[in-house]
Design a protein around this ligand. Sequence first.
Ligand code: 6PG
Length: 241
Amino acid sequence: MTDKSLEILPDKSSLIERSLQLVLKKMVTAIEQKGQCTIALSGGSTPKPLYEALASQDLPWNQIHIFWGDERYVPASHPDSNEGMARQAWLNQVPIPAANIHAMITNEADPAIAAQKTEQHLQEFFKVSPGVFPALDIILLGMGADGHTASLFPHTEALQVCDRLITVGNKDGQPRLTFTISLINQAHCVLFVVAGADKQPALAQVFADQGDALTYPSRFIKPQGELIWLLDFAAGEILAG
Ligand code: 6PG
């Protein structure tokens, strides 16, 4: 049963500060309990200041493993790359071993092959057989104004894939790689970090008692562990009591 919580922070900077506090707490707990922390990063623009803040933390970087919940189908050098953004904002600034950075594969001609190879890497890292879904410690997610999360876009085939860890998402005909709903929902903690008034209408639909998850895919996210929504007031005003 998902343990769901919602916090609405006054503004973007306090949202990022709270996100940092929670991420650090979860990282330290995972390392204390298991000797390592596995965290999947979200892309887009919202998390960049969070990654910049993480760059100035003194953490046992050799015990932290970085994944991505989704990736645009471009090289890390491309301005749209989620990997490239996180490396520039954070990972290039800290002594994390290169082997602890588990980027999605985006250099295959066929994105479906890249998805398979990325999935195989996760299976090897987590030592799981095909069909078994590993539980990451933390999965960071954003949400688009259309209610998508990761690269799980409304009414796309990716929403129907339940037997894979990684699949090919589709944003306006452009391929992306994405964690599947099944993989995300295995997480010990899913942390949504959402900012901006443009997200309000979709948030109202995602939080409504009844709704269409195919139209608002963030509704599919019900992890077996914690589900924490952190919003700034601009995004969350509509939900404020
Ligand atoms: C991506 C993200 C995506 C993002 C939302 C919100 O690759 O773009 O993973 O799911 O989190 O689109 O993006 P913003 O933070 O830029 O609003």
